[in-house]
Ligand binder design. Structure first.
Ligand code: GLN
Length: 609
């Protein structure tokens, strides 16, 4: 097992996660099985109780783990399925050690940060690194470990010390340390300042870790790359080829390509003695480049209004925004997301904040399609209901997710069924007409880990033949998507809602939980209780999002009539992406089978290398 430890210097929030994921993409492009572990040195056990304003969205895994959004980047960039153990927090480590202490495992010894906490960290990493994360069930060859925060933070010290020890345990030739730093570019002088990077590398070395790669983030490209490279190489005691640059790029999908161009892949393969499968690499990178080009050069743009509550921080809707990009790129369109503050759509705002009110409505009316994503609490719910009404009445393409489905049902009940008091018990516990109710499993005293979480099955009912979403999912009988909710549609109202035209076409395996609803006689009005955004991948867009994008550019009907393909005049003429994808799939299957049969640690027969 090879390890790549990714640390941060100078400051946080410079895209360490994207760089770490891109390293994963590059290795995966060689047919190497890669996994990843994200370390968040805070004391929370998991990210489940975070406000999206703190750290951006809470990302949900198949197993129901509520984790840092960086795990989403790993899953998307490396097309893997991670588990909640792939996200370590200080809280989790301490909990484990304290539980052991209570059990008497330490035989009366004093339990200390070193060695007990640092040992627990190393054991955790070694154990989790071996867990398969791809469909073929093969044990990974490389584990990328991203240490959150910045070198020097008090909270991350035990982790740094653990890795200092770990490099001897697993041997230095099996471990790389990549340090992501930042080059300051003060406007006045126009210089590229490397001093903070030098200081953070010195600090890293002082703690016992030597950087093998220094990745210099910056806002703009450096003025004189060679000169800056030389300076860092001299002062940080690394070879020139160990210094990489990464200025802000137009899209995150360019990051692996830009790293490859600078020789990152060769360095990694050489330093870790990993083999390269040239054929696989070429096909994979070609496909990745095509995706990145499509995002860049697509001429047409689809305007999507996202009606949410945390619109000040786009990271709060990171997966939704990525899922829209993936869907757009796959149909050769760019997506332009406008964030609309839900509360500003409400009638009361007309008087209290008329400018905000009219701006919000203008944004909504100017969009080609609308998405109402998940959310919690009271604020903005009435505004979301207004957005649903407007989409239903004006036949605007609409996708509601989780709370977005609940508001679509409430709107329908109020304005079509004329149940004026239709409410959710999330807002009014004593609702007279509780269309949306708490699930029995939910325990209100304790907010952590009490939701219906993770991957669950949805069965399409036999009323689905009219449905767009059923066709978009490939007319499958059942699908699996990830969940995160406490409330659900009240079964007592289902029949009335359906009779009036809002059909629940997907339900859980017991038929008791409404999972998907769709409006008849509307170009695209789909809402899901699950969160399809978590399973969207750059090369495999999520069907509900694809449907929204297609409907928003008027191509959904022809796409569905053409067996879920764009008609030739709508797709790029040289588009061979499906062929390429199939080749990749073939190669993956071949290589995994060979690995299983030959026991070859790299998974490839020699003629493929
Ligand atoms: N607040 C709603 C619930 O708990 C919706 C949750 C969500 O949108 N993720 O059911």
């Amino acid at each position: 097992m090879k390890y790549i430890i990714v640390t941060g210097g100078v400051m946080s929030g410079v895209g360490k996660g994207i760089i770490a994921s891109s390293i994963g993409t590059l290795l995966k492009s060689c047919g190497i099985h890669v996994t990843s572990i994200k370390i968040d040195p805070y004391l929370n056990i998991d990210a489940g109780t975070f406000s999206p304003y703190e750290h951006g969205e809470v990302y949900v895994l198949d197993d129901g783990g509520e984790v840092d959004l960086d795990l989403g980047n790993y899953e998307r960039f490396m097309d893997v399925t991670l588990h909640s153990v792939n996200n370590i927090t200080t809280g989790k480590i301490y909990q484990e050690v304290i539980n052991r202490e209570r059990r008497g495992d330490y035989l009366g010894k004093t339990v200390q940060v070193i060695p007990h906490i640092t040992d627990a960290i190393q054991d955790w990493v070694e154990r989790v690194a071996k867990q398969p994360v791809s469909d073929d069930g093969v044990q990974p060859d490389v584990c990328i470990v991203e240490l959150g925060g910045t070198i020097g933070d008090i909270e991350s010290m035990p982790f740094v010390e653990a890795f200092r020890q770990f490099q001897f345990k697993v041997k230095k030739e099996n471990l790389i340390c990549a340090h992501v730093s930042f080059i300051l570019q003060p406007g006045a002088t126009g210089d590229d300042k490397t001093k903070p990077t030098q200081a953070s590398v010195r600090e890293l070395r002082g703690l016992g870790l030597t950087p093998d790669l220094i990745i210099c983030r910056s806002t703009k490209p450096c003025n004189n790359v060679e000169q800056v490279k030389k300076k860092i190489s001299t002062f940080c005691d690394v070879a020139l080829k160990q210094v990489l640059f990464m200025h802000d790029l137009d899209s995150i999908y360019k990051v692996p390509l830009f790293m490859e161009k600078q020789g990152a892949l060769e360095f990694l393969l050489d330093r870790l003695s990993l083999p390269i499968n040239i054929t696989f690499n070429q096909i994979f990178m070609k496909q990745w480049k095509k995706l990145s080009d499509k995002i860049d050069y697509s001429q047409k743009t689809i305007k999507i209004a996202l009606v949410g509550k945390y619109t000040q921080l786009s990271d709060a809707y990171a997966s939704v925004s990525r899922a829209l990009t993936h869907a757009g790129a796959n149909i050769n369109h760019k997506v332009d997301i406008t964030y609309v503050e839900a509360a500003n759509l409400e009638n009361d705002t007309k008087i209290s904040n008329p400018v905000g009110y009219h701006e919000a409505w203008q944004k909504l009316c100017r969009s080609d399609g609308v998405i109402v994503p998940g959310g919690f609490g009271t604020r903005g719910v009435e505004g979301k209901i207004e957005a649903c009404r407007w989409c239903r009445e004006t036949r605007k393409p609409f996708l509601g997710i989780c709370l977005g489905m609940q508001t679509a049902v409430l709107e329908f009940a109020r304005n079509v069924l004329h149940i004026e008091n239709a409410e959710t018990t999330e807002i009014n516990l004593n609702a007279k007409e509780p269309l949306i109710v708490e699930m029995p499993e939910h325990c209100p005293e304790n907010k952590g880990g009490t939701m219906r979480l993770g991957k669950r099955t949805t069965i399409f009912k036999n009323n689905s033949s009219f449905s767009n979403i059923y066709k978009l999912y490939g007319r499958r009988q059942q699908i699996e998507e990830r969940h995160r909710h406490r409330y659900e549609v009240n079964l007592d109202y289902v029949e009335r809602v359906e009779q009036a035209g809002l059909k629940f076409i997907g339900v859980d395996t017991e038929g008791k939980r409404m999972e998907i609803c769709e409006l008849e006689n509307h170009p695209y009005f789909v809402a899901t209780q699950f969160h399809p955004e978590y399973l969207s991948r750059p090369l495999k867009p999520s069907p509900p999002f694809l449907g929204l994008m297609l409907a928003s550019c008027g191509k959904l009907k022809s796409y569905l009539e053409n067996e879920c393909r764009l008609t030739p005049d709508e797709s790029c003429s040289e588009d061979d992406s499906e062929d390429i994808l199939m080749k990749i799939q073939d190669l993956i299957v071949t290589s995994s089978n060979e690995k299983k049969v030959n026991g070859n640690s790299n998974g490839f027969s020699n003629d493929l290398l």
